[in-house]
Write a protein that binds this ligand. Structure first.
Ligand code: HXC
Length: 257
């Protein structure tokens, strides 16, 4: 059986490809465990500064594997902590993670993309939370992260109807940061990820923590967190290097310290 997760390294970028094309990249335990272990290895690798998660040109992931969960009962879901173990690994990753979405990102697939730090979409991308059609509801954060990304009206519309939205609508409502031609999506995303990975990793981690704080706390507390983190950045050699390089009109050499 082919590996359901393909791991590639492109210079300073770690690429994770979901590879279950026969099932539209539906997310079963093997896929989710594969993503978790790829994330762990890229996070432990000092040479990696940014991680990209993608599928193939037809599907990022068409959701949790319906065949695998159809016969679950409450105790199996509860005791097994379904959708928690490994799924939550993305949340704890401290390096930047970009979702590059082509084709379907539905249900758990859409929720997986929502757990990433930003989403770049191919022109053929389709986003949706169709769980209502299956007699259940989004269970991997969709009812919480989607309204934070696109607002209540759009989130309710998508969750109630189960309809899909295309890349243009997704960008217009703030779910997606940029759209690329489908055949160029992965290369363009890797190129952006290389640029990001060229910056100071501790600064990227501070940015990630600070932006995420915006969703967890009040404005006053968030601003205080940001200010203290900003102050802390002056302890970094990379801050000295960045500002010195600007004044010397040269490219900075960040050393992640
Ligand atoms: C298991 C799936 C699957 C899924 C597709 N397949 N999605 N298998 N789980 N989520 C399988 C199909 O059964 C089929 O297998 C093969 O992939 C190709 O799919 P088709 O339906 O034949 O392709 P197409 O007609 O092009 O339609 C594509 C599609 C459709 C629109 C993506 O497959 C679809 O609607 N899929 C389900 C989407 C969905 O409801 N997702 C939410 C799941 S619930 P065979 O063997 O027949 O070739 C969920 C819960 C989240 O995610 C809560 C916690 C995570």
């Amino acid at each position: 059986m082919p590996e359901s997760i393909i791991r590639e390294t492109h210079d300073k970028v770690g690429l994770i490809r979901i590879n279950r094309p026969a099932a539209m990249n539906a997310l079963n335990d093997e896929v989710i465990e594969g993503i978790g272990s790829a994330l762990a290895s890229f996070e432990a690798d000092d040479d990696i500064g940014c991680i990209v998660l993608t599928g193939d040109s037809k599907a990022f992931a068409a959701g949790a594997d319906i065949r695998a969960m159809k016969d679950f009962d409450y105790m199996a879901a509860y005791q097994g902590d379904f959708i928690t173990r490994n799924w939550e690994r993305l949340k704890t990753c401290r390096k930047p993670v970009i979702a590059a979405v082509a084709g379907y990102a539905l249900g758990g697939g859409c929720e997986l993309a929502l757990m990433c730090d930003t989403i770049y979409a191919a022109e053929n991308a389709r986003f949706g939370l169709p769980e209502v059609k299956l007699g259940t509801l989004p269970g991997a954060g969709g009812t919480q992260r989607l309204p934070r990304a696109v607002g209540k009206a759009k989130a309710m519309d998508l969750c109630f109807t189960g309809r899909m939205m295309d890349a243009v609508e997704a960008e217009r409502c703030g779910l997606v940061a940029r759209i690329f031609p489908t055949e160029k999506l992965v290369d363009e995303t890797i190129a952006i990820a290389q640029t990001i990975a060229g910056y100071s990793l501790p600064v990227l981690m501070m940015i990630k923590e600070s932006v995420n704080r915006a969703f967890e706390t009040s404005l006053a507390e968030g601003l205080l967190f940001e200010r203290r983190t900003f102050h802390a950045s002056f302890a970094l050699e990379d801050q000295k290097e960045g500002m010195t390089a600007f004044l010397e009109k040269r490219t900075p050499k960040f050393r992640n310290r």
